[in-house]
Design a binder for this molecule. Sequence first.
Ligand code: MN
Length: 249
Amino acid sequence: MIILLSNDDGIQSEGLTALDDALRSVADVYTVAPDRAQSSMSHALTLHRPLRVNELGPRRLSVDGTPVDCVKLALTGLLPVRPDLVISGINKGPNLGDDIIYSGTVSAAIEGALLGLPAIAMSLVTFKDFDFRASADFIMHLLGQIRQREIPPKTLLNVNVPPIPKGEIKGWRLTRMGKRHYSENIVERVDPRGGKYYWIGGDDLGFAQDDGTDGVAVQEGYVSVTPLQVDLTNFELLQNGQFPNFAWP
Ligand code: MN
């Protein structure tokens, strides 16, 4: 198996190294990742300047661009082979519920899916004391399974692992995208020259306690696996006939 590995925390991130170390025993791993932290870049593509690629070692390339730049470059000419799978992570921090929309980690996997490959995004749900061992162990088991049961086209798996030792994790659940609550405050301050500046970032106020959602599964001590699709169409609205049907022109 050939795996393209990327992330949004940058090529030096311990989360990426942990994944690389684990996957090397079962696959040919090619790493193409941003040369610096690119969290919350979502699906940004760099179009207004050239991209530079640095070869840091065998099959290990950094790009001065976004996570999506990395995956797009890798799959459209940079790699000498076509991978079987794209994996993004392990992210240092959750990608649960609304986080998915902003996430560079998830977008790197989405780009893989858009370009026709099965893809997995992986995140460890903590902002401190990172221990990637349970996450690495889970991905190895997941890979063993999806060799037999393929990820459908235009689909990616968004995996979030609770920050507890493997022995305390209760198992895993197939989940849907939930609703995260953030406090919506922004910080307003004054710089040394008297100009105002703002800093985005709210406190995490937890999750809507809806059954079957990603955040609730992690909160209850399970690994959350959410199948995501690239097609954003609201099929329920399309099919239930409730959208106003009016004549125009
Ligand atoms: Mn990140």
